[in-house]
Structure formats: C-alpha cells, structure tokens
Write a protein that binds this ligand. Structure first.
Ligand SMILES: NC(=O)c1ccc[n+]([C@@H]2O[C@H](COP(=O)([O-])OP(=O)(O)OC[C@H]3O[C@@H](n4cnc5c(N)ncnc54)[C@H](OP(=O)(O)O)[C@@H]3O)[C@@H](O)[C@H]2O)c1
Length: 346
C-alpha cells in the first residue's frame, strides 16, 4: 500500500524526488507537445439531388476548402459538369451554396453530404446582355429606315414627316447604346454566367417588343401625340432625367464593389442628387428605368410602348422586392424608410 502511494507521488512531482545520490533530481527539460489538430481532412460525398444516386466521393478534402474548390474536384470526375453548371446544396431542395462558402464553416460533420443539381449549359452574362441589347437597337433601325418588305414597296427607305418619330429613334437608340456601354464598362457582375436557355426567353422579350413598338412608331400612317410639341417636350424631359438617374445609380452601384470582387454593401446617396432616391427606395435604377419608358410612352403615345413599360415595371417590381428582402436579411442596420421600387408605396 505504502509502495503504491510513493509511486504515485513520484509520478506526480518528479522534480522533487531524490536521485541516486540523494540530491534532488534536476527537472528534465519540457518537450513542447504538438497541439492536436481537431480535424485533418473532411470527406465529401456528392449525391444527385433528384435521384440521391452517389455521383462522387472525395476523401482528404482540406477543411478550409471552398465550394468553388469542391466544384473543381467534382469536375475532374465529371468533366461534362463544369463548375458554372453546378449547384451544390446541403439540402436537395435548399438554396445553392455560394462559391466562397468554406467547408469547415458549414453545418456538416467530417463526412459532408452535398446534393448536386445540373444548372444546364451556361453562357456569360456579358454575352447575354450584349445579345439582348444589340437586338432591339438593330431591329428598331430596320423599321426606322423602312427597309423593304415591312410597309410595302412605295415606302421603302422613305422617312417620316413627324419630328417625334426621329426624336423617338434617337431616344430608343441612345437607351440601348447606353446599356451596351454600361454592360461593357460600368457593371461589375458577381455572377459570371447564366443558363443558356434564358437567352432565348430574354431575346424573345426584348427583340419582340422592340419590333412591335418600332412597327407602329415608324408606320407611314402613325399619328403624333394628341398635345403636340408640349407633350413631346414634357416626355423628353422625363426620359432624359430618368436616363441620367439610371446611369448615376449604376455608377453608384459600381463604386460599392472593388474591381474583381463580389462585395455587396448597402448603397447610400452620394453627392450626385440623382442618387438621393436611395433614401427612399432600394432599387432606384429600376425606378428610373420605368420612368424612362413612361416618358417614351408619353412621347410616342403608342400602345405597345405602354404595354412594354407595364410588363417591365411588373418584372422589375418582382426583382426589386427580392433584392429589398435580401438587403433586410443581410444588413441589420438597413435603412427602414426604403421601399423596393416606388417611394412610400411599393
Ligand atoms: N426594361 C427592362 O425590362 C429591364 C429589366 C431589367 C433590367 N433593366 C436595366 O438593366 C439594368 C441592370 O439590371 P440588373 O437587374 O442587373 O440591375 P442590378 O441588379 O441593380 O445590378 C446592377 C449592377 O450593380 C451590382 N449591384 C447591385 N446591388 C449591389 C450591391 N448592393 N453591392 C454591390 N453591387 C451591387 C450588380 O451586381 P450583381 O451581379 O451582384 O447583381 C450589377 O453589376 C437596370 O438598372 C435597368 O436599367 C431593364
């Protein structure tokens, strides 16, 4: 019993124990213990979100690997699904994980299960926008110059006698040239690509409406607006103000994001008075865009233009509401006075 106790004591305080010569033994130098790593590697299994079939198993994935890196690893075994086509989720029906999400920060164990969905063939945003916007510009001019097979032979390459028709052509062309230039030189998109099928839908919308509007405005039997020059001047003022406003907002949004980054911040009014609409709405660029088309509709007094404005307004309201909701979710200090698109209303 005594022996056991002394053994225990030796183990507990080795530096104080006598050596063979009876003197206290020198304390042995402490060897620094290696800190234990919690988890060295993760295992990731990727299942098809629809069938739950196992598509891929990745072992030894670094804990700080991002979703973008996991997508690259997945592409190695399934080259037909390049990273931009992939949506990886934690839940088969949940939201797609962001490319910058880090594996060890996700609510998963050391064996993570991710669900894959194929987003379909992708096309770059820039290509989409250029195609969408170059179409209306070109199509409108075909009607303006009255190329053959549109209005009948006797009108081929003739010109309208109404000033408003020429003004409308300038405004329409200006609008789409501005959009093309903004796509190339102003916007800093966070998504590189979008599904290829969207381009067919979007082009049908933009090109179809452009042709419909242009057909009536440039028609040889077109009648100018009821209140003549006064109506045209007022409409032109609305159009110009809204174009300047739309451009100012795009510049303000661009300045929120350093080149090459995906940063999202709360946009605030700047010294430019056109940006002060940020005090009241989350997406003033949409407000100004709708305003431009209302101006164009008043100027031309043309039903297809009014319809295009209405459809555009409906679509942009849906997007503005979504963006507004995301701002509220993302930023706790989001200004409470703002509405999505129309001050105090909507
Ligand atoms: N007539 C029509 O039917 C119609 C319909 C839609 C759009 N448009 C026109 O096209 C323009 C662009 O449309 P959009 O839907 O792309 O506009 P948007 O979503 O407001 O985006 C404009 C640009 O700003 C960036 N951005 C937006 N909020 C940001 C934030 N909080 N922090 C940092 N960057 C931010 C966007 O980046 P992300 O890539 O991250 O979004 C994008 O590059 C509109 O303003 C409008 O003039 C017209």
């Amino acid at each position: 019993m005594d022996l056991n106790l002394s053994l225990l004591a030796r183990e507990a305080t080795p530096g104080l124990l006598p050596g063979l010569n009876g003197l206290p033994r020198p304390t042995p130098p402490k060897v620094a213990k290696k800190p234990k790593k919690a988890v060295l590697f993760f295992e990731v299994e990727i299942l098809d979100a629809k069938t739950r079939e196992k598509l891929c198993f990745l072992d030894k994935v670094e804990p700080h690997a991002t979703i973008a890196e996991i997508k690259n690893l997945f592409t190695k075994t399934h080259p037909q699904w390049y990273p931009a086509r992939q949506s990886l989720r934690l839940d088969p029906k949940g939201k797609s994980l962001k490319d910058e999400d880090v594996l060890q920060k996700l609510p998963v164990g050391t064996t993570a299960t991710l669900y894959f969905r194929d987003l379909g063939a992708q096309i770059s945003w820039v290509t989409v926008f250029l195609t969408e916007y170059a179409g209306p510009l070109f199509i409108y001019l075909l009607f303006y110059f009255r190329v053959p097979f549109i209005y009948g032979h006797k009108y081929d390459f003739t010109s309208s006698r109404h000033t408003v028709v020429h003004l409308a052509c300038i405004c329409h062309s200006f609008h789409y040239i501005k959009r093309l230039l903004e796509t190339l030189f102003v916007h800093r998109f966070s998504h590189g690509t979008m599904p290829l099928r969207n381009i067919f839908k979007n082009c049908t919308y933009y090109w179809g409406f452009a042709a419909w509007m242009a057909y009536y405005i440039n028609h040889p039997l077109y009648t100018p607006p009821t209140y003549g020059a006064q109506q045209v001047k007022l409409a032109l003022a609305i159009f110009v103000i809204c174009q300047l406003g739309n451009f100012s907002i795009h510049m303000a949004l661009r300045d929120l994001r350093p080149a090459g980054s995906k940063t999202r911040k709360i946009p605030y009014p700047t010294k430019n008075p056109f940006t002060w609409l940020f005090l009241l709405v989350s997406c003033p660029n949409y407000t100004y865009e709708v305003g431009s088309w209302i101006g164009f509709a008043i100027m031309t007094q043309c039903l297809p233009v009014a319809l295009f404005s209405l459809v555009g307004f409906t679509q942009m309201t849906i997007w503005a509401k979504g963006k507004h909701r995301s701002y509220l979710k993302e930023f706790r200090d989001y200004p409470p006075l703002r509405m999505p698109i129309i001050p105090f209303l909507l």
